[in-house]
Design a protein around this ligand. Structure first.
Ligand SMILES: Nc1ncnc2c1ncn2[C@@H]1O[C@H](COP(=O)(O)OP(=O)(O)OP(=O)(O)O)[C@@H](O)[C@H]1O
Ligand SMILES: [Mg+2]
Length: 336
């Protein structure tokens, strides 16, 4: 497919409110995400840009300090940098409060110890990020945003985040089924117990039993809510009228190989990229010999890229003389 000027991308994505920007490390994901967000905001379209990259360079690109809460950048632009440490802490504080309401106070030091270990368990941060990301995704329209743009961490991580809602849904289903089986067994056991100990006060009269079933109800309702959240997010991600995945790459051999793999993985999960941005291109005009040769090599690879990705619109961004920081520099990218 032919190359288009970059402002064609904003027009192409005009009707898809959710945009994911993915790609290999350092290719220009944050720059592209921030350029799109600034453009929509300049058109008075309310936009939220969310960084899911723990490296947090979005604040640097926008020249503002960001954190885990939304920050107003301009009347039509809000930004947030999801911080996995803060999200995990909040999540476990909530779990601790729930347990505290039921547990024997003597047990609390042991329980706290256990929760502390769980916080650093593999996947805890990813799961927390995913849940928070899904919340923003699902709530964006109600919060009045016309565009929500996710600036993500390098490819592998992003792809996992995109397919995780389904996996988490299946996992939550498994947990719920297990909970139900246990509840059934418990009720059979309670029934048998009441037959065996007719003279004893059985579980029904035991106040702890009521608490136990309360706790179970609460656990089930938390799981049901999460399942619902992941299901909604999964549906939105797979709905091409709602979500566009934009892959960013440079005209180099490794990014080309990685982008091919990323597309295969995405297509396997029935997620088609909407467009590919080829960033940091060197213009072939007015160059000395070294740069001319580099530029010609890129132009050569650009032909390979066009042959490889015939199904997708391709948008080149030329390498700027300096890093792209601040809204003025970002808007230059789209006016080229
Ligand atoms: N077209 C460009 N011209 C000049 N500098 C650029 C261009 N695009 C990106 N840069 C610079 O390259 C660096 C990396 O860009 P950016 O942070 O957008 O990449 P990224 O893909 O988000 O990286 P990471 O994988 O670390 O999140 C930044 O310093 C950015 O300013
Ligand atoms: Mg980045």
């Amino acid at each position: 497919m032919a190359l288009h000027p970059l402002h064609g991308l904003v027009e192409q994505l005009e009707t898809q409110p959710i945009i994911f920007i993915g790609g290999k490390g350092g290719v220009g994901k944050t720059t592209t995400a921030a350029a799109l967000a600034s453009y929509y905001a300049s058109q008075q379209q309310k936009t939220l840009i969310v960084s899911t990259d723990p490296a947090h360079s979005l604040g640097d690109v926008l020249n503002v300090r960001l954190n885990n809460e939304k920050t107003v950048i301009s009347p039509y632009l809000d930004a947030i940098e999801l911080n996995p440490d803060v999200i995990v802490d909040e999540h476990f504080a909530q779990v601790e409060r729930t347990i505290k309401a039921y547990a024997n106070p003597d047990m609390m030091p042991k329980i706290r110890e256990h929760l502390k270990l769980s916080k650093s368990a593999p996947g805890a941060q990813e799961a927390a990020m995913l849940e928070s990301m899904c919340h923003h995704l699902v709530e964006a329209a109600d919060a009045g945003y016309e565009h929500i743009i996710f600036d993500t961490a390098p490819t592998g991580h992003t792809l996992r985040l995109l397919v995780l809602p389904e996996m988490m849904g299946a996992w939550t289903d498994g947990l719920l089924a297990q909970q139900r089986r246990q509840a059934k067994l418990r009720s059979v056991a309670t029934h048998l117990d009441s037959h065996n100990q007719k003279n004893d006060k059985n579980d029904v009269a035991n106040p702890f039993a009521a608490k136990k079933s309360d706790r179970w109800e609460q656990a089930v309702s938390v799981l049901e809510r999460r399942k619902q959240l992941f299901r909604q997010a999964g549906l939105l991600l797979h709905d091409r009228t709602q979500t566009a995945i934009v892959l960013v790459m440079t005209a180099d051999v490794l990014p080309l190989a990685e982008t091919k793999r990323a597309i295969e993985q995405l297509e396997d999960s029935k997620l088609m990229p909407a467009a590919i941005v080829i960033n940091q291109l060197i213009s072939t005009t007015q160059l000395d010999d070294f740069w001319r040769r580099r530029a010609e090599r890129q132009q050569h690879l650009l032909q390979d890229i066009e042959q490889n990705f015939t199904k997708y619109p391709l948008y080149p961004i030329y390498l700027q003389q300096t890093d792209v920081r601040g809204t003025d520099a970002l808007s230059v990218l789209l006016s080229a």
